[in-house]
Every structure is written in structure tokens, then in C-alpha cells.
Design a protein around this ligand. Structure first.
Ligand SMILES: [Cu+2]
Length: 413
């Protein structure tokens, strides 16, 4: 039995960051002590990596140093078996962490991506084992996006609430490239190689004023390089951290062998490019057997025709490199995207490696809830309404929902 806990201590705060070259406030999580590297101002996120083994007890402390926001931390993808209080969804499983307050999450790790079998078979290089976080990025604040989503139709003249919210740019591990010219309509142009997704989008031209925090700089960050050794394998743990869109990912001339989905091993399945659903995590093995003199493009892109809105920055790239590669290989395009094939492929084709290990436990008590989302178009209403058993869900005001139900069976109904 594991007795000693693995401790991490973090601070949540707002700083000025420029993930895509445009300066704006960003929320960062950084180490509160010096045992792990402190926050890197060049890359305020992703947050520091937490490393733990299956079964280990984790104590992760968060101090909320935001001035005006209450927060909680949700460990997405980790199932809090027998420990729902630690799921970190505010007003559902806990009260949010107040400004200046520290909260400790304590749980045993019950899922990991470690797969001895896969490791033995492909023996990927430890130095080519990368978590890669893909996400959309916005220049609007979360408050603005939520107002755009939740406001009433015609709350101002011809206003329509909207979902999905079109992103401003895409980020790979916290870095992207925003075309700063688009803050000025007259200069708007695309200079890089264009249309890798063959999308015929109109160039975005929103005459925004310059950022309040300083000048915009499209090439603020060099392209990241992910290393792979000739003849070996690399492992990429791809995470779609976007809020509203599946994302496509591919590496030129390097097929992707999917070996795990949300940290559970699956029967290996190869694809030239993959679409990852929101919140999903796919582990892929890449064989590094192409001409090692080249650096290859690694792409993330929005699926075609899915995000509505004018958006030139619907892709981002970095480089997949060999030890002595010097020349950047010309980018190649993956086959034409098919939305249904892309987004549904994981359900159709990814099967658990050891299905018998994942049989669900018999239910102690089975409850049936009808969950529905109503889409409105009327002038009086907001866009969406969420209902449980035909009733609009309203969180109890005096405690988190889980707590209310646990201590008072009549609450939250
Ligand atoms: Cu989650």
C-alpha cells in the first residue's frame, strides 16, 4: 500500500502573455516551490508536467492568486473512482477556490498511459516521448465569449448568440502564430504557404486596435522542434484541449500509429492524419524512417466546414526533426478531410487491447436520467438550454450539487 504522497504545489495567477504573438492576459499555473522548474515566461502554458505512477497517492495544492475569479481544477480524463469529491468541477463536486485561498486535491492515480507491451514492441526513445497539447486560442476574453453565447437573441440590434465560437488562432504546446496584419484591414494578407487544409476562407479582417499590452509580433516564438532518431520510434501523447472543435493532426510523410485512447491501450491502428475530439487524448507511435536530412512539418488544423466564421489562422505547424536535419521539407497535404470519418473514426476503429479488463462493475443501484439540450431561435431566449428530466438544471445555491445530493436526497431536483 502506498503511504507517502507525491506533493505538488502550484499557484494560479494572471500574467501578460503572447502565445500567438498578440499580447493579452493569460491565466498561468506555475510551481510554488523550487523543486520543479518555475514558470517560464516565454511559455506560460501548458502548466508544469505532473509525473506519477499508477496507484500513487497525489497531493496537489493550488493557491488561487487571481484577483477577481474563483476557480477549481478539473483533472480531465482521470476518472476519480470512489473519490468524486476530487473531480474539481465547481458547484458540482466542490465549492470553487476563493481568491487567496489554497485547496489540496488528494487522489490515487488509477490510470496512466504506461504500457509495457507497447513500449517493448516499439521501444520508443525516451527523448522522443512528448506530450503535445493542441488547442484553439482567442483574443476575446472568456467573459466576452460567454456573453456572446449566453446573451438573448436581439439583446442588441440583430445580435445572435453563437456557438461554436470561432478561434483566433491555434496553439501547439502553448505557441501559435497570429497574423498581426489582421488588426489592420489595409495590410491584411497571408504571406506563408497558404491553404494547407484547402479551405477557401476569406481573409479575416477585423480592424481591432492594437493590444492594450503592447505591440503584436507574428513571429514572436520560433517553431518548436520535436526530435526523433533515425530508425527509432517516437511517442506523442496528443491532447485536444480545445473548447469547441475537433482538431486534425498530421506529420508530413510519417503515418501515426494510435496505441492508446485516454490512457487506455487500444489495438494499434494506423492513420495518415487523425481528428481528435474535444477533450480527447490519443497516444501515437511514429516511426522515424524518412530521409533524415529534412525537417518535417507537424500540423494542427480545424476540420473543414465545422467552425463557422471567417478565420485565416485555422492551422498551425511546428517541426518534426532528425538529429542532423537542416532543410525544411516542403509541406504536404493529407487526404481531403471527411468530417464524419474523421470525428467518428475512434468510435468505429479503436478497440481496447484487453477488452476483458474494462468490463464495468455491476451497478449497486441504477438511476435513469433524461438529459437534453434545447436549441432556441426565438427572440426571447438564449441559444441553448440544458435539461435533466425535462427540467432546467439549476445548481443548488447553498452547496455544490454532489454535496447537496449526498447529504440531502431532495436537493438539486
Ligand atoms: Cu473532464
Amino acid at each position: 500500500m502506498q503511504c507517502e504522497a507525491l506533493n505538488y504545489s502550484f499557484i494560479i495567477r494572471t500574467v501578460v502573455g503572447d502565445p500567438d504573438g498578440y499580447k493579452r492576459p493569460v491565466i498561468t499555473v506555475h510551481a510554488a516551490n523550487s523543486t520543479i522548474p518555475k514558470w517560464n515566461c516565454q511559455r506560460p502554458f501548458p502548466a508544469p508536467l505532473i509525473r506519477a505512477r499508477n496507484g500513487e497517492l497525489l497531493q496537489i495544492e493550488f493557491k488561487n492568486m487571481l484577483r477577481d475569479q474563483l476557480r477549481s481544477i478539473h483533472f480531465h480524463g482521470l476518472h476519480m473512482f470512489n473519490n468524486p469529491w476530487m473531480d474539481g468541477v465547481d458547484m458540482i463536486t466542490q465549492c470553487p477556490i476563493h481568491v487567496g485561498v489554497t485547496f489540496i486535491y488528494e487522489f490515487n492515480l488509477t490510470q496512466t498511459g504506461e504500457q509495457d507491451l507497447i513500449h517493448e514492441q516499439y521501444s520508443y526513445d525516451e527523448n522522443s516521448d512528448y506530450p503535445i497539447i493542441l488547442q484553439e486560442w482567442y483574443h476575446e476574453s472568456w467573459q466576452d465569449i460567454m456573453t456572446g453565447y449566453q446573451s438573448f437573441f436581439n439583446s442588441s440590434k440583430e445580435f445572435k448568440p453563437r456557438y461554436s465560437w470561432p478561434p483566433t488562432s491555434l496553439l501547439i504546446n502553448g505557441h501559435g502564430r497570429f497574423d498581426c496584419h489582421t488588426t489592420n484591414c489595409k495590410k491584411a494578407s497571408r504571406s506563408n504557404f497558404s491553404e494547407p487544409t484547402k479551405c477557401n476562407e476569406t481573409i479575416q479582417c477585423i480592424p481591432l486596435r492594437e493590444s492594450y499590452f503592447g505591440e503584436c509580433q507574428s513571429d514572436r516564438h520560433d517553431l518548436d522542434e520535436f526530435h526523433c532518431h533515425n530508425g527509432k520510434y517516437g511517442r506523442l501523447r496528443l491532447i485536444n484541449a480545445a473548447s469547441s472543435s475537433p482538431l486534425r493532426f498530421w506529420i508530413d510523410q510519417h503515418p501515426l500509429l494510435i496505441v492508446a485512447r485516454d490512457s487506455l491501450p487500444v489495438k494499434p491502428y494506423e492513420k495518415l492524419y487523425i481528428a481528435i475530439a474535444v477533450g480527447q487524448c490519443l497516444d501515437v507511435i511514429v516511426r522515424c524512417n524518412q530521409n533524415p536530412k529534412f525537417k518535417y512539418h507537424m500540423f494542427v488544423a480545424l476540420p473543414e466546414n465545422f467552425i463557422v466564421g471567417v478565420n485565416p489562422d485555422n492551422w498551425m505547424n511546428t517541426l518534426f526533426v532528425y538529429p542532423n536535419s537542416t532543410v525544411i521539407s516542403p509541406p504536404q497535404l493529407p487526404p481531403q478531410a471527411n468530417f464524419n470519418d474523421d470525428v467518428l473514426f475512434e468510435y468505429k476503429h479503436l478497440k481496447p487491447l484487453n477488452a476483458e479488463n474494462y468490463k464495468s462493475q455491476p451497478a449497486i443501484k441504477r438511476l435513469t436520467y433524461k438529459f437534453s439540450v434545447i436549441f432556441n431561435t426565438s427572440e426571447e431566449a438564449t441559444l441553448e438550454e440544458w435539461q435533466i428530466n425535462d427540467k432546467t438544471l439549476v445548481s443548488p445555491s447553498y452547496a455544490a450539487l454532489l454535496q447537496s445530493i449526498y447529504f440531502d436526497e431532495n436537493a438539486g431536483v
